[in-house]
Write a protein that binds this ligand. Sequence first.
Ligand code: ZN
Length: 266
Amino acid sequence: MVNVNTLSVSNSAATTNDNDNYNFEYVPVMVIRTRSNSIFSSEDEITTHDLMSVTNNNNIDNHLNNSDAYAYNDWNQYGILPSPARLVMFNPSLCHLCGTVDDEIVHHEYYIGCNHDNLGYNYCPHCKNKFELVIKKRAEPIWDLLDPIKAQQYFWAPRTRRDPITNQRIYRGPYKYDKWKAVSNYVSYITDNTKSYIGIKNTPFIYCIMINIYEDDINKLISLSDILKSNYNACKNGVYDTLYDPNIDDPINTLELPIDAKIVLH
Ligand SMILES: [Zn+2]
């Protein structure tokens, strides 16, 4: 079924980018708050077993007893991330995730990757491990490419295909692959319209920047599955094969992967 809202949002975003002559393709990020994003449920439909005990944190208990804390229940109970906040406007003593205010402790900041709007999370040390676990789970198939310890200087990812005359997106034909790196390992769920005019909703994307010293910075959100396919053959043996070039075998069009495929680097 064609979702009219989705299409109109996509069109307006593309038009804005063209008019403003930006090089990146940034679509407003929306975090879908569903149980399926929870780190505590392995099967999306089962929601009765994904409760997490928070009783070892008295601050959270206190907060859950007043109505303001309602907004933090998804995180505290299910590990579902709230939407990122504009951190320049944010109280640095307030944990964006659990809602606790504490002037005595140093909070962490995590930017989701778009420099222009400073969106991200401000969170307390109590939430740190859980936050990192959620981030990792959401990017699991390509996590080793994003992991600062295992990551390479770059990974392969496709350039957007456009008609040279009309500048309209092209949906067919081989991809051109370039070297990119992730700006953020935070996954954004947006509508994927890179394969067809009718997009697939709630697809995980990663915010990336192209590595090219001859051009200005090109940033865009790239779908996690495109990054997985573009680099899968380079990582077949558990070590990143720097001689591999996806421009030869065009893996996004040719590579069939099992549903649970992931990149594993040693
Ligand atoms: Zn917290």
